[in-house]
Each structure stands twice: as C-alpha cells, then as structure tokens.
Design a protein around this ligand. Structure first.
Ligand code: NI
Length: 132
C-alpha cells in the first residue's frame, strides 16, 4: 500500500540525538532522518558524497575551507573526501541521503557511531513505520 512519508515527523519522533534512522531507500542509497544538537565531530567519507537537507532549525557544517550555514529548507552536499563537522546550536531536524556503504562517522569510530542495523531500527526500511 503506497503511503506518503513525512521526514520531518519521522525526525521529530526520534528520541536520541545524532542517531540517524533509515526511512527509505533510493537505488543504492538510504534516506535517513536525524535529530541533532551540539557538535557531531570532524570526520570524512573518502568515497561517498553526503546530502544534508534541513527540515527544521539551523545547521552549521564546518569544513576546512570555511563553514556553511543552513536554514530550514536548505541543503548542502558534502563532497566525498572533504572533512566536515556538523554543529547545531539548537535542536535541528535533518534529512540525509547517503550511499548504503557510508559510515556516518566516516573512518572515525566514536561514541556517536551507530551501525546500519541500529539505523534501520530492526526493520526493513521498505516497511519502516513513520510516526504521525
Ligand atoms: Ni558525514
């Protein structure tokens, strides 16, 4: 049964910061939502681009060449191989599109690292329930 997905509602329903949840698939990529607050930490994805879409709030993505300030409805693609550090001064809801092989903390393994199984929440993304 086809049904619309509200990424903003799915992100708002999350209870843990910086813990992405898969809400769908697009070819070889996952669609993920996250609720973020504070500083994530510097990392890099050597072989994958990473798309950030701001659903609510404001996100600053620090890059070694400067910082990008993103407001609601804006997006930014972090190119592969570019070190970045997402920072949210206040709670922010984000949609991420990342290749399935992407590790969200990149080559760093930190307290924030979540496995794909954790991001899938134990369900097939095609059947993932969306709150709301
Ligand atoms: Ni990243």
């Amino acid at each position: 049964m086809p049904a619309a997905i509200s990424p903003r509602q799915a992100a708002a329903a999350l209870t843990e910061y910086w813990s992405p949840r898969v809400i769908g698939e697009l070819d070889d990529s996952y669609l993920k939502v996250a609720k973020v607050l504070g500083t994530f930490g510097w990392h890099c994805h050597d072989d994958e681009d990473e798309l950030f879409v701001i659903l609510a709030g404001h996100l600053r993505i620090e890059l070694e060449t400067g910082a990008v300030e993103l407001g609601e409805g804006e997006l930014f693609v972090v190119p592969r191989g570019v070190r970045h550090n997402p920072v949210a001064a206040a709670e922010c809801l984000v949609l991420l599109i990342e290749r399935k092989s992407t590790l969200h903390t990149g080559s760093e393994v930190t307290a924030r690292t979540r496995s794909i199984a954790q991001q899938l929440g134990g369900v097939d993304p095609a059947d993932a329930p969306v709150q709301g």
